[in-house]
Write a protein that binds this ligand. Sequence first.
Ligand SMILES: Cc1cc2nc3c(=O)[nH]c(=O)nc-3n(C[C@H](O)[C@H](O)[C@H](O)COP(=O)(O)OP(=O)(O)OC[C@H]3O[C@@H](n4cnc5c(N)ncnc54)[C@H](O)[C@@H]3O)c2cc1C
Length: 636
Amino acid sequence: MIDAKIPEGNLADKWSNYKDSSKLINPANRKKLDIIVVGTGLAGSSCAATLAEQGYNIKSFCFQDSARRAHSVAAQGGVNAAKNYKNDGDSVYRMFYDTIKGGDFRSREANVYRLAECSLALIDQAVAQGVPFAREYGGYLNNRSFGGVQVSRTFYARGQTGQQLMIGAYQALMRQVSAGKVKTYTRHEMLDLVMVDGKARGIIARNLETGEIERHSANAVVLATGGYGKVYYLSTLAMGCNTSAIWRAHKKGALMSGVSWIQFHPTCLPQIGETQSKLTLMSESLRNDGRIWVPKKAGDDRVLNDIPEEERDYYLERRYPTFGNLSPRDISSRAAKERIDAGCGVGPMKNAVCLDFSKAIKEQGLTKIEEKYGNLFRMYDKINGVDAYKEPMLISPAAHFTMGGLWVDYNLMTTIPGLFALGEANFSDHGANRLGANSLLQSCVDGYFIAPYTIPNYLSGELKAEKVTTDHPAFAEAEKVVREQLERFLNLKGRFSADHFHKTLGKLLYDKCGLSRTKESLEQAIVEIKALKKSFDHELKITGDEQVNSELEKAGRVSDFLELGELMCYDALQREESCGAHFREEYQTADGEAVRNDEDFCYVSAWEWKGEGKQPELHKEPLVFDTVKLSVRSYK
Ligand SMILES: Cc1cc2nc3c(=O)[nH]c(=O)nc-3n(C[C@H](O)[C@H](O)[C@H](O)COP(=O)(O)OP(=O)(O)OC[C@H]3O[C@@H](n4cnc5c(N)ncnc54)[C@H](O)[C@@H]3O)c2cc1C
């Protein structure tokens, strides 16, 4: 049985107790310790900067050309904190409860409570860094609501919250670069983890500008490499996002959890053609004022503004009157799919629903709506050439966020000693469904507040360990494996590009392991993914050579996506219940709501890699609820 190492004591005291009793390292000794942080998003930058500030030597890696361009910049809507500035009944406990319930009771109480507790300090930290959160007339920080809650706890900087938080984290990182405590390796891709005596002691990275393979050693390795939603090809993530760092750590022994819990965001721009490589997110904040509807009649082809009020189906308000348009993402996305599948979808491909601001404009005035969402309306207009102040936006669910990732204990350490996973790369806090604006929070608190305690706690036991250098045979062995894989890709000379396999995999996963799944669809998917992988191994074509070569980069990423996709299907197949974003059609009520099975599935699934072509092995971490009572998650 795997041990989450949750501290003893009352829920509210666990984190304080942990901090009070965690081991410290004296400042003179910190200078002797090296830490590799892969990833410069909010989780990676904040962790690298904070550990460097403490005196450790940090090597920071990212594949973008600047640390500041990590994917966290894309986040629009906001970041949650239980500050209760609105005096509307919020508290740490309420935020904890909303998050546990939002995740459909499939996350750890202790982690979630710590997330809510640390949210308070995060806002102060960000404000001190100069993050320009929206303010009210009197100067206080403003808040709005996101799905799945009835209070306003989302802090935001217009539609650029991720970017503004990133500027804060980046400047903290650069301060340490100037101080000589952080060395950045941009345009570097980690291709393998190096282990010595069962512990993480370094990485193999490829310099994407020269093609050179490099060895880097350290006393601990942190993976803050983001989410793997791009496995679906079409998603709200940029093309470069991938799973390779965590997947290769998985193949070295780190367990993966919640792998098939994928969040489909309900407010994305619909697909409009076959050659698209990305879907654009319209922030969930729009659901504060936008009303979602489809025509009541299937196949209604009228101009949307001509459809009278009584012939519109505001299906979220109808099905979930308490939360209405702010129902959580999993529920809203499934409800949209249900209407689209019923033939009521709108738009050229009939794959969208309406997000309508006419009532809000009538009630609050155009200026107010412009003030709140102006940049999002402009973005919509730029992409679609449609003025959404005058006609409804068209939106559709798209793959967005991955609740799954590397299994970590309360220390954020994986099952490999010395290997930590932070931010979206780990599975830890969101359960089977993430509430909006909780991810920026998790990435930031993992990096600024949690790992800077837990990593030194681990390193204190490593002070006497032998120094490992890159001459160690484990580095030579890992480098050899990486080189062989790159050579194999280049030598294949097949017929199809990496993109071809990626697209095929993405479509297959959307259809068979997407918004809803069945035993049959998952079994079929496993067979088809195995066949696709076989074809990839023979039919891949890479143009160019081993130097600067984006096709070669893609090949490695797609190879990992294929293996991950298979694991996602095993994970979804094994979990014979519906919970959060995991909707197994066999387990639903007569009116289409998810049916959870607490008796048999109240645990975290943690999968072990058993080798190529072999079925993964399941380990279980039972979920114990001492504080909340498990209940049917209802937003009606
Ligand atoms: C469009 C969009 C909007 C969103 N809006 C919100 C929002 O409003 N609120 C909210 O809470 N959440 C939001 N999210 C989710 C949130 O932005 C992410 O979950 C979060 O920012 C992830 O941060 P991270 O630090 O874990 O990873 P990222 O910011 O994705 O950073 C990953 C880093 O890892 C590096 N990396 C990855 N693999 C390798 C490798 N092999 N070698 C070297 N480097 C590697 C990358 O270069 C990058 O630096 C949004 C997500 C998207 C896609």
